[in-house]
Design a protein around this ligand. Structure first.
Ligand code: NAD
Ligand code: IPM
Ligand code: MN
Length: 363
């Protein structure tokens, strides 16, 4: 059997509840598809601040470096919202992404059967939605210089947005490669009418585009994109964009799928190691109730098999099991419609494990 080590970082809020279901599905898929999986748990975020006085302890980072993949729940919560920047749970995410050089963040938004009516949008607008946001993850305003000064008129806070050409080139190239394997349409999103970094971004896209004549490229300003994504979502295939625009547009894209609880992600670098986490946060408002949607995390596990274990068949099996579960009418509170019964986080995870049993590797 293939041996893989998975670092499991449940984190805060609903993190432990959803990661439990993700790990359960990973275990079931591992058994079915010939893996020996080792799960090693680590502290991250608020929990790590409480126990070790730092959001990303060295031992957690080492664990991740020694693993084939990282499965993360979510970090953050009101308890730490007033902490100084270095002692904020969210800092752990930035540290992991940067330290592991995970510059390419893939956030697919797909509509599952029966869920169109759970969305705030009209079903006919959503029919056939299948887009992928490719978000740059290790640069931009998230990693620029930040400081606050005192002036005679009061405090003055600065954030800086910096992109180097090579940082743009590697994410753009990754997006072209991905688009080539899909419907061959790439939308590059920027704010080139205002931002210097966006003007460089556009130049790089045009240059790299010459190497991919079979991919249709368009540039779109981010404000227009925010509108088009909900007006005509099926026109989009792959969207490539900088760090903060990608953060915002992907939460918006979640509405196409019915709920933010549906959106998985993979954060990748140059090699096979990746970090897999739902797009949503720690949802403090529903934490501890056992009602969170575990599908974003379960679909992140599918992405782990695809991108870190190079096993498309196992990934498709998990995605197939999720499709079957939704087709059967099973769903959590965030995507139930009138007359449907909401299942708990654990019950939905069990349904996916059950549905997975019908999938086997082709001989
Ligand atoms: P959030 O994504 O946690 O929650 C937004 C809304 O969506 C809430 O109403 C929540 O209940 C709902 N929701 C989220 N996930 C859900 C799920 N799986 N099932 C059902 N409903 C779900 O965003 P927020 O409230 O802005 O942030 C809360 C905390 O999470 C903050 O501390 C923030 O910094 C952090 N955060 C962490 C991550 C991460 O760890 N990757 C991502 C985003 C936000
Ligand atoms: C996400 C989150 C993070 C981000 C925060 C919590 C740092 O919103 O993963 O989308 O902005 O990248
Ligand atoms: Mn976000």
């Amino acid at each position: 059997p293939k041996q893989k080590r998975i670092a499991v970082l449940p984190g805060d809020g609903i993190g432990p509840e959803i990661v439990e279901e993700g790990a359960k599905v990973a275990k079931a898929a591992g058994e079915q598809f010939g893996y020996t999986l080792q799960f090693d748990f680590g502290l991250v975020g608020g929990g790590a601040i409480e126990r070790l006085k730092q959001p990303l302890p060295q031992e957690t980072l080492t664990l991740c470096r020694e693993s084939d993949a990282v499965l993360l729940g979510a970090v953050g919560g009101p308890r730490w919202d007033r902490n100084p920047p270095e002692l904020r749970p969210e800092k752990a995410l930035l540290g992991l992404r940067k330290q592991l050089d995970l510059f390419a963040n893939l956030r697919p938004a797909t509509l599952f059967p029966g869920l169109a009516k759970s969305s705030a949008l009209k079903p006919e607008v959503l029919d056939g939605v299948d887009l992928l946001v490719v978000r740059e993850l290790t640069s931009g305003i998230y990693f620029g210089k930040q400081f606050t000064e005192q002036t005679e008129r009061g405090a003055k806070a600065t954030d800086t947005l910096v992109y180097e050409e090579h940082e743009i080139e590697r994410i753009v190239r990754r997006a072209f490669e991905i688009a080539k394997g899909r419907r061959k349409k790439l939308t590059s999103v920027d704010k080139a009418n205002i931002l210097e970094s966006s003007r460089l971004w556009r130049k790089v896209v045009d240059r790299v585009a010459e190497e991919y004549p079979d991919v249709q490229v368009e540039h779109m300003l981010v404000d227009n994109c925010a509108m088009q994504i909900i007006r005509r979502p099926t026109d989009f295939d792959v969207i490539v964009t900088e760090n903060m625009f990608g953060d915002i547009l992907s939460d918006e894209a979640a509405i196409l799928t019915g709920s933010i609880g549906m959106l998985p992600s993979a954060s990748l670098g140059g090699g096979d190691r990746g970090l897999y986490e739902p797009v949503h946060g720690s949802a403090p408002d529903i934490a501890g109730q056992g009602v969170a949607n575990p599908i974003a995390t379960i679909l992140s596990v599918a992405m782990m098999f695809r991108h870190s274990f190079q096993d498309d068949e196992a990934a498709k099996a998990i995605e197939g099991a999720v499709t079957d579960v939704f087709a059967s009418g099973a769903r959590t509170m965030d995507v139930v419609s009138a007359g449907e019964l909401a299942l708990s986080t654990e019950e939905l995870g069990d349904k996916v494990v059950e549905a997975l049993k019908r999938y086997h590797r082709d001989p």
